[in-house]
Design a protein. Structure first.
Length: 348
């Protein structure tokens, strides 16, 4: 695998510039909270805001967003709306990940002690293929009433993803990687994914490698999640497994996810929801987007600000100031105000 030099991140006079894609639904209000908290904490980051018009019949906005991320190296993102189900209209979220070759999605799922969740003390890392598999968007109706959808698995993408998972495990003191697949049925495609991970695993003898069928994985996750450490999987299985684990921990409003390629990084809420029904009501949980913003600060090397904001988030959650999705009665504003209060205490 050829190693690509990462492009330098946009950095002027000690400040970073990052691309901000608010997206649709609750995205814009959540980005408003991020900006408010960043400016309150004096974070040296400037945003380049780009709105993508969901109804545009061209991809000019999307192309502009991609150019901006290429320039800045880093983005914070809400979920972008896809206009319709017409054939030929590609998901802009998928197109963006493909164009930037963001081949891995990482979701670190850790329980908050202060959240009343279905399972406690979970610590699972999901490493998901992010650019191919079941999301190839190659579908056609070959004859009326018969639709074919292509699932694309390549050795090169499977290999660099597996390597990412094992390197992650090694760097972070993880003990086990579990490849999740359906190679008993999809013998060629998932077979290649599984075989490749088994080959890469041989280079990491200190890390245990096993594998599990996707359906059994879902059952095991809800009944005995503590057996999992790092989960390595394809695009669609990764989406399902991510949602199962987020559901066990407290839902869509809590965890953040990271999209990596060799050159660019995009941060977003872990389960990538639009939240159209709860938009504009001051009820969305702001935590997932704020966690994504903290991940971004760490990535940029702004450790001090990342720690202050992270601690303020944890104190707020663990003191029981929760939005309705976590069973609480605080609104979005009250959660954000509590975080700002803890930031103020920390910096004084
Ligand atoms: P999608 O965008 O994939 O259609 P939805 O927007 O329907 O997903 O989100 C799935 C569920 O998660 C919905 O019930 C939504 O209200 C809830 N949800 C998503 N994000 C949040 C959030 N930040 N706070 C509270 N609930 C959320
Ligand atoms: Mg959905």
């Amino acid at each position: 695998i050829k190693k690509v030099m990462p492009i330098p991140k946009a950095h002027y006079g000690g400040r970073h510039t990052v691309t901000l894609l608010p997206g649709a639904g609750i995205g814009p209000e959540l980005m408003g909270y991020v900006k408010e908290i960043f400016s309150y904490a004096g974070v040296p980051v400037d945003f380049e805001d780009i709105d993508i018009d969901p109804n545009a019949d061209n991809n000019d906005d999307l192309e502009y967003a991609i150019t901006s991320i290429r320039r800045n190296g880093v983005a914070l993102k809400g979920n972008i709306e896809t206009r319709s189900r017409e054939v030929g209209v590609l998901s802009r979220n998928v197109a963006l990940r493909n164009e930037l070759d963001l081949y891995v999605n990482v979701l670190h799922c850790v329980s908050y002690p202060g959240v009343n969740s279905r399972q406690k003390n979970i610590d699972i890392v999901i490493v998901r293929q992010n650019t191919e598999g079941e999301y190839a968007m190659l579908e056609h109706e070959s004859v009326s009433g018969v639709v074919e959808s292509m699932k694309v698995i390549t050795r090169s993408n499977s290999e660099r993803l597996a390597r990412y998972a094992f390197e992650y495990a090694k760097r972070n003191g993880r003990k086990k990687v579990t490849t999740v697949h359906k190679a008993n049925i999809m013998k060629l495609s998932d077979g290649l994914f599984l075989e490749t991970s088994q080959r890469v695993a041989k280079e990491y003898p200190e890390i245990v490698h096993d594998n599990m069928i996707i359906d059994n994985t879902c059952m095991q996750l809800v009944s005995n999640p503590h057996q999992f450490d790092v989960v390595l999987t394809t695009n669609l299985y990764g989406a399902i497994v991510s949602n199962v684990v987020c559901g066990l921990l407290g839902g869509a409003g809590l965890l953040s996810g990271k999209n990596f390629g060799d050159q660019y990084t995009v941060f977003e809420p872990g389960t990538r929801n639009t939240g159209a029904k709860i938009a504009g009501k001051n009820i969305a949980n702001p935590i997932a987007m704020l966690n994504a913003a903290v991940d971004m600060l760490r990535h940029l090397g702004h450790k001090h600000h990342a720690t202050i904001i992270q601690n303020a988030i944890n104190k707020t959650i663990n003191s029981g100031i929760h939005t309705a999705d976590l069973g609480g009665n605080a609104n979005s504003r009250e959660v954000v105000d509590s975080i700002m209060k803890h930031i103020k205490i920390a910096v004084n």
